[in-house]
Design a protein around this ligand. Structure first.
Ligand code: UDP
Ligand code: MG
Length: 320
């Protein structure tokens, strides 16, 4: 049986050798399986690609794919999954935050045939800025409330999947990918393994607060159209309220016989501004979905490959 281990890498020249060592240990420990290592270089700006070439020249189990520029982790994962030939595919980060030492246990769980996916979640967010944890928690609450799929708080991309799961993920051809949602959407019997947060061994995280914020919006827009309904609902409530107010004012004016002009600039202005704000919000929400549709419709490839050490071999095999 072949297991593919897939690692997306962006500026990981320091972590990659450490990870490779750790993976070698795992592969030795689980010698009953055959392994292939798929390293995806997501347009790194450091020497990650030379590290990959080096490793590949020494170890024939390694396949590396190098993008022409940075396309993001989602694209890197998709490229790796498409290239993987294994009966099982393991997915992990390059920075040792997804401890390779958990892999043997994950393989064991999968071989017991009681599940199709062994996924992991962090039970603590130790070493993470509190503000980031706070917003992350709010995000999970929000997304689970508004979408049909359940996204587990602290769920990592770190997981081992059987072939049917991988094929299901690959069959979702959308360009704007939100892996956590996609994993949840495809379903299958999933077992969760919990572990404490580990800090990355070297290099630094590629996630700024702003990037995370955009990622959160991406997640929501990808998996639910509820915000569109919120816009409709708000519009409805507002117009109903203003109608009531108008009615009340009309009756009041008739009863009290005051037709004379009243100074009301501040209230008028705030009301107009409020409505204006609501309209802009609604337009923004519509814009998000429209932009998504636009990007999907262009049908651009998810990534461009500049270098692939086993592509030609693949072709030869296919021709045979
Ligand atoms: N990564 C990638 N492309 C990117 C950003 C990140 O392939 O544009 C990889 C990165 O090399 C690492 C994994 O995705 O293996 C997770 O990234 P990171 O450790 O920066 O994220 P964090 O653990 O802080 O969420
Ligand atoms: Mg990390």
């Amino acid at each position: 049986m072949l297991i593919s281990l897939l690692v997306p890498c962006y500026n990981e020249e320091e972590s990659l050798p450490i990870l490779y060592e750790a993976l070698c240990k795992v592969m030795q420990e689980c010698s009953q399986y055959n392994f292939e290592l798929i390293l995806v270089n997501d347009g790194s700006k450091d020497k990650t690609i030379s590290v990959m070439r080096d490793l590949a020249s020494k170890d024939s189990r390694i396949r590396y794919i190098s993008f022409s520029r940075n396309f993001g982790k989602e694209a890197a994962m998709y490229a790796g999954l498409s290239a993987a030939k294994g009966d099982w595919v393991g997915l992990l980060d390059a920075d040792m935050q997804d401890p390779p030492s958990l892999l043997p246990q994950m393989f064991e769980m999968l071989s017991a045939d009681e599940c199709d996916v062994v996924a992991t979640r962090r039970v603590s967010r130790k070493g993470e800025p509190p503000i980031r944890s706070f917003f992350a928690r709010r995000f999970y609450r929000l997304i689970n409330r508004f979408t049909d799929v359940e996204i587990v708080d602290g769920a990592r991309d770190f997981r081992v999947m059987t072939r049917p799961v991988v094929d299901a993920i690959l069959s979702l051809s959308e360009r704007q990918r939100f892996s956590k949602g996609i994993f949840a959407w495809v379903g299958f019997r999933t077992k969760w393994l919990e572990y404490e947060n580990v800090e990355r061994v070297a290099g630094e995280t590629k996630w700024s607060f702003w990037k995370l914020f955009l990622y959160a919006i991406e997640g929501i827009v990808s998996f639910t159209t509820a915000p569109l309904r919120i816009a409709t609902l708000t519009g409805f409530i507002l117009s109903f309220a203003s109608f009531c107010y108008l009615l009340y004012y009309f009756i009041y004016a008739v009863i009290s016989q005051i037709w004379k002009e009243r100074p009301g600039y501040p209230s008028l202005l705030s009301f107009v501004l409020f409505i204006g704000g609501m309209i802009l919000l609604a337009l923004g929400i519509i814009g998000e979905y429209l932009a998504k549709t636009y990007l999907e419709i262009k049908q651009r490839p998810l990534y461009v490959i500049a270098e692939d050490n086993k592509k030609d071999k693949d072709k030869e095999q296919d021709e045979k």
